[in-house]
Ligand binder design. Sequence first.
Ligand code: GLU
Length: 332
Amino acid sequence: MKKISVVLAAIFVFSLALTGCGSKGGKFVTIGTGGVTGVYYPTGGAISKMINAKSKEYSIRASVESTGGSVYNINAVVGGDLEFGIAQSDRQFQAVKGLAEWKDKGPQSKLRSVFSIHPEALTLVASVKSGIKTIKDLKGKKVNLGNPGSGQLQNSKDALSAFGLDEKSVKAEYIKAVEAAGLLQDEKIDAFFYTVGHPNGSIKEATSGRIKVRLVDIAGKELDGLISKYPYYARALIEIKNYPSAANKKDVNTLGVKATLVTSSDVSADVVYAITKEVFENLDKFKELHPAYSVLTKQNMLEGLSAPVHPGAAKYYKEAGLDKYIKPELLK
Ligand code: GLU
């Protein structure tokens, strides 16, 4: 009996602590990210850190959730299960237009953009033993294309199709990126795709294990069509110095997109304003939180957006004179 009451008292105190800022009219917000060995997860942490440092001023507490990735995050944000999510710029574009995963559901009219973050590269990792040296060599191999809910699933399909391959030309797996490095090292798969910022824990894990692993180029004139057809794809480079244990020693050419922060039109302007302001006003501090942010500028963080900018974020951009960097149609 005594034990139970102690436990109950502890729960009571804990819930008081949790609702502490709730009782003063504060808000809890959750940011949907990705696998813990990716860059979205620490990015959610970095954004939370900025706003939580000012929890007294704003009465907002942010926390992070590990999820299946971009598509999951967009759906959870639009559905009201998460207040914020990190999503690839290409998936944001497709959700707004009702393409790809949103073809049947149609345009996601509640989706709002906040800002864009680090560049992400479509990363193809293969065991040396598999003999995969170009994307065309994936034919007949066991390849992880990405879990449903991830951003990379559509990117891997797009890349395969540019080279005349498809899901059926490979032995396709649909596993979460967080598991892929281990499966490659255990020789359960020959290769995997991951759209991700660099450096990251997954590619480090994949390249520093028992078996030799290389990062494979996704390059050539075959990509011209894809890049001209889809405005969100650009050529990108992965610096191999990030992965000294990889078998290849040259930088890797591939396709790139951007990570972006998204929210819903149902999320209050105060919350979005506060998060936007804290990240932008403390950008130098923010950039120290992950090496993938080294290229960030206030201007390029407003590029690559497709969804209307949330009014709370727009308020800050206008105050700060940054609205001139945003496509006017996104500020209506
Ligand atoms: N780009 C991946 C996705 O959308 C996630 C990458 C990461 O977690 O850093 O699923």
